[in-house]
Design a protein around this ligand. Structure first.
Ligand SMILES: NC(=O)c1ccc[n+]([C@@H]2O[C@H](COP(=O)([O-])OP(=O)(O)OC[C@H]3O[C@@H](n4cnc5c(N)ncnc54)[C@H](O)[C@@H]3O)[C@@H](O)[C@H]2O)c1
Ligand SMILES: [Zn+2]
Ligand SMILES: [Zn+2]
Length: 346
């Protein structure tokens, strides 16, 4: 089969590799019908993720068809359409029993395209299949479902649910990339009074409006603090979601947040960010961080099936497998190409 194989920072190739095989009774082999590229794959190519070694097949998101199942797999078999989640779960360790699959101690967590071969391939071996894949309801398209492999649960769980968005809240979302947009889209489910999207790229802010932000601020030219204060009698946001991952955007998120309010950090940070406790200790704020667990996937699938959520709108570009490297290029130049989610399918 052909797959995207990582060699070293800046070097990868779409190349011929052996087909995967079942190595554990809990595995399935999935024929990848559609996959997509994540900002984290680009982080890997920049050499930012030390656990990824030469020869690893990248990718942690897919929708596909079960080709073969190990003897211990109970909930699916050959021919079933499944969503392959970015998080695998052993299902029995302490953290899996608490639905914190991202922290799995039994060999799961974020393994696909990281410590196991991933989904940017024609076939993928998925471990712990019963607890790491989801059978797709009829009527949910591959593109819709694929958005639930990573970014939609990330925006929803690590952003909206961690911060506890409630009806009437003023919600500020810093960053309108796919993850920030997923947070905007799923915050809408709770009827906030305003969603303020903040980004330095006008193209991304236009997308935020389409996904449900009623106010947008380009913080390279405008003042988001003034805008948020004008909507909250000078108090600040009830919820702020950080979806960029830079010191200045975390610090902005804290500034925008009102007394008694909540800040959810989703961004992956490579550098330390300042938290001014000398100002904040008295303000009764709650700050959360987190890797996505994907415990919300069954709920999100139901919302897709019933038409309450239109996650497929995040897809801006489509490629065939033969153009996989081109898909990486278009996704990697999102500011120029307008790419949000780029899918690669058969
Ligand atoms: N916690 C998790 O489980 C998890 C999972 C997936 C992704 N992430 C992280 O979430 C973050 C967002 O992911 P994404 O795929 O949407 O990334 P992205 O790079 O596509 O989007 C980031 C957005 O931030 C904007 N931005 C950059 N600098 C800014 C600034 N100074 N002020 C305002 N906006 C600014 C960019 O214009 C862009 O639109 C990343 O850090 C990613 O690694 C976390
Ligand atoms: Zn990802
Ligand atoms: Zn586990």
């Amino acid at each position: 089969m052909r797959a995207i194989v990582y060699h070293m920072p800046g070097q990868f190739a779409f190349t011929e590799v052996p087909d995967p095989e079942i190595t554990d009774d809990g595995d399935v082999i999935v024929r990848v019908d559609m996959t997509t590229i994540c900002g984290t794959d680009l982080h890997i190519l920049r050499g930012d993720v030390s656990g990824v070694h030469d020869g690893r097949i990248l990718g942690h998101e897919a929708v596909g068809t079960v080709e073969d199942a190990g003897n211990a797999v109970h909930t699916m078999g050959e021919g079933d359409r499944v969503l392959v989640s970015c998080i695998s779960a052993c299902g029995s360790c302490r953290f899996c029993r608490e639905s914190k699959y991202g922290q799995c101690l039994g060999g799961g967590g974020w393994v696909l395209g990281h410590t196991y071969d991933g989904t940017h391939a024609e076939y993928v071996r998925v471990p712990f299949a019963d607890t790491s894949t989801y059978r797709l309801p009829a009527g949910v398209s591959d593109e819709q479902a694929l958005m639930l492999a990573d970014i939609v649960p990330t925006g929803y769980e690590a952003g909206v649910l961690k911060a506890g968005v409630r009806p009437g809240d003023v919600v500020a979302v810093v960053g309108s990339g796919p993850v920030g947009l997923a947070a905007v889209m799923t915050a809408r489910l709770f009827s906030p009074s305003h969603i303020v999207a903040i980004d330095i790229a006008d193209r991304r802010l236009e997308a935020a409006k389409e996904f449900g932000a009623d106010v947008t601020v380009n913080n390279s030219i405008g003042d988001p603090l003034r805008v948020v204060q004008s909507l909250t009698d000078g108090l600040g946001a009830d919820v702020t979601i950080e979806a960029v991952g830079r010191p200045e955007t975390f610090e902005l998120a804290v500034q925008l947040t009102g007394p008694g309010a909540r800040i959810a950090n989703i961004g992956v940070h490579g550098k330390s960010a300042a938290l001014h406790l000398e100002d904040q200790w008295i303000r009764d704020i709650t700050i959360s961080t987190g890797l996505v667990d994907t415990y919300s996937t069954p709920t999100l699938l139901r919302l897709l099936a019933s038409g309450q959520l239109d996650a497929g709108r995040l897809v801006t570009h489509r490629f065939g497998f033969a153009d996989f490297e081109k898909a990486y290029d278009v996704f990697g130049r999102g500011a120029d190409t307008g790419a949000l989610k780029v899918v690669v399918g058969r």
